[in-house]
Write a protein that binds this ligand. Sequence first.
Ligand code: PLP
Length: 287
Amino acid sequence: MSRIAYVNGRYLPHKNASVHIEDRGYQFADGIYEVCEIHNSQIIDMGPHLDRLDRSLRELRINAPMQRAALIRILKEVITLNRVTNGLVYIQITRGVAPRDHYFPKSTTPSSLVVTAKHVNRKKWLEKGEQGIKVITTPENRWERVDIKSVSLLPNVLAKQKAKEAGANEAWFVDKDGFVTEGGSTNAWIVLNDGRLVTRPAEAGILRGITRAGVMKLAAKKAITVEERPFTVDEAKHAREAFCSSASGLVMPVTHIDDTIIGAGAPGELTQELRKTFHEASELTKL
Ligand code: PLP
């Protein structure tokens, strides 16, 4: 079955779907995006993802391409056309197409909207979760507005490639004071010896992850304490467990940080429990 993408009002074969060369997303990475998980034909935490999308647009003064209800119809249509029951839906909005110039184009320039959906191989995803992942640490070198889910991801791309070349899957950025901020495409967590969870506050230095919020909701249901405070690389290396959170990986156990084995070198018990029960605390939207 061929994949279908939505591009600026049209549903097109994915392989031919394209935007103009003067799209500001292409020229300046002048755009934002969101990724939602699709689980058993339901969109996970769609409301919070669309709230964050609206916030990213406001912060960058990009016009919303349409009302939320119309956007939701497109998301559902793309997921359905691609027959995705377990996977991801991707939304990208840019400041639109205009002759290349750093200044904003006329305020009447329509923003560009692209929506795609893809299957995720559930077997592989489960295997990865059973194995856990390796993380490297790398100096934080991103701009201060990492709270905006912008498509300007060059430092993240370079950090994740560095991780890959080191035989790892994710890179945790470390600020100038030695504290972990977050991963290249995930939020970072540790589990202390007494079972408390620690993750950096979302006020500065990280993207306010929707999955991060989901883990917090789940932890509250299970009476697990979450401490929102910065933690150092050293503290992480001595933690009982560690994991990453994101819409695509949910709760992903970390078994190594640089050359240090975390806990027993296998996914931790609490991490696995959070991973297995994650959807108990999420908002589900039927297609
Ligand atoms: N941090 C960064 C830099 C990300 O790119 C992402 C996801 O793409 C996250 C955190 C996790 O956010 P969410 O849980 O909303 O997917």
